[in-house]
Structure formats: C-alpha cells, structure tokens
Design a protein around this ligand. Structure first.
Ligand code: ZN
Length: 258
C-alpha cells in the first residue's frame, strides 16, 4: 500500500516544506483521507485518479482543499467526486462551505457528464468498501465529532487517528487489526501548551506517550502527523527526549510503501 501525506506549503527554495498546516493523506494515488491540501499539493496524476475523499472531520485544515479540488476538475470530471463523511459532516459542508456564499453548492451543479460531487454518508464505527480498499471508521475524541480510520487492501492495513485527544476505541481497533503495518497519530502541541491541547482536544508528546501504553502492537511503527507548524521543533525535541520505541515523525511528501 502506498501512503503519502501531502505537503502543505513551500520553503524558501520552492520545495515542499516540512511544516504541516493541512492534512491530506493519499492512499494508492486514488483515495484521499481528508482534503486539506488536496487541491494544492496533489500531482496531476493524483488529480486525475482521486475521486474518493474520506473525511475525518470538518475542521478547515482537513477540508480547505476540497472546494478548489472540485472546482479545478469541474469541466473534466466524467464521474463525480465522492465525499465520504458522516451525515453531520455532510450537513456542515453544505451549510457552511458549499452554501453559495463561501463557495458554489456543487451538489446542485452538473457538467456535461452529470453530477460533479456526490455525498456518501457513513455511520461512525462503520466499515465500507472503496475501490480495492476497506475503510473502517472509528470514533475519536475531538472538539467536533471526528473519526480515525483503518484502511486495508486485504494484505496491508494502516491506521490513522486524525485529530484526537485521549481516546480508547481506536487503540483497541488498532490492536485487533491483524495486518496492521503502520499507524499515523497526531501530536499537535508541545507539553507546555497542555491546556490549549485540552481545550482543543489534541495530544502533546507526554499524552501521546500515555496513549501509546494502550497500543499493544509493540513492533508496529508509529508515525507522528499533524504537528502544529509553529511548535514543530519543540514537539519533535520533546518526542525525541521521550525515546518512544518505534515512534518517528512522518516525512511530509514522502511516499511510504507498507
Ligand atoms: Zn480538528
């Protein structure tokens, strides 16, 4: 399985920056988990093949690229972009984003081939098939109703927490997933901003360390994602000091094969 966290911004040399402002994980170049930077950082090949976007939740850093992704493709789509989310998330998108004021309501528009967007609702905790993949949603503990996912191609499974504070179900689900090859976990804030992490339902390195005590797949690599860019260095140094086995920070833009 090929897994890539798309870059969010560029550095002073015009290369992909390691600072992650937005979240978009591309699986096998055809399915996107979240659409934060989907319109900005996907390759032409990915743009041509990604027609399924699965959302963890509707915070802006996870959906920012969705309106422009659909817009960019509008005239060329021969099948709709399928947006997978809970009904609550779909209602929020229609009410707050695709409301004609922020952006056109694409669900009411068609090109010469037909609809350009289609919503597919899933229940939290539900599994569904997507192309060659099985996607299992697991409720996590964030400020809004949010999901983590286990994505499996039948041989390899990977876990993604999305944004979350302390939570139990997803660790249980990860522990039970037989073919789990890697997990991606959030760690947004440094330890000194623990209070901010609490009110915004995110993790800090110390809290991540406690969370990992629930994870019994000891030799499974854990990749840290969603570090707030302003605190990146501090979070990384705190993680290094904790010397957590099998834990590393994901390389933004790199295509991992698991
Ligand atoms: Zn969030």
């Amino acid at each position: 399985m090929k897994v890539q966290l798309l870059p969010s911004t560029f550095d002073e040399n015009g290369k992909a920056s390691e600072r992650q402002h937005l979240m978009s994980v591309i699986i096998d170049d055809c399915v996107a988990i979240d659409a934060g930077s989907l319109a900005f950082a996907s390759t032409n090949e990915q743009r041509a093949s990604i027609r399924d976007v699965v959302l963890t939740h509707t915070h802006l850093d996870h959906i920012a690229g969705l309106p422009l992704f659909i817009d960019d493709l509008f005239a060329t789509l021969t099948e709709p972009v399928r947006v997978h989310g809970t009904q609550e998330m779909i209602d929020i998108l229609e009410r707050d984003i695709f409301n004609w004021s922020i952006y056109p309501r694409f669900s009411e528009l068609k090109n010469s081939h037909g609809p350009v967007v289609e919503y597919h609702a899933f229940e939290r905790g539900q599994s569904f098939e997507l192309k060659h993949l099985n996607v299992k949603s697991v409720a996590v503990n964030h400020q809004v109703a949010a999901n983590g996912f286990i994505v499996s191609d039948g041989k390899t499974s990977i876990g993604i927490t999305g944004d979350t504070a302390e939570t139990d179900d997803i660790w249980k689900a990860f522990n039970e997933e037989k073919q789990l090859k890697a997990v991606m976990v959030e760690c947004a804030f440094p330890d000194e901003l623990g209070e901010l992490a609490s009110v915004s339902n995110h993790l800090t390195p110390q809290r991540l360390a406690s969370e990992l005590e629930k994870f019994t797949r000891a030799n499974c690599p854990v990749y840290v994602i969603n570090i707030k860019p302003m605190y990146r260095r501090q979070v990384i140094s705190e993680l290094e000091n904790l010397m957590l086995p099998y834990v590393s920070v994901i390389e933004i833009g790199k295509a991992y094969e698991w």
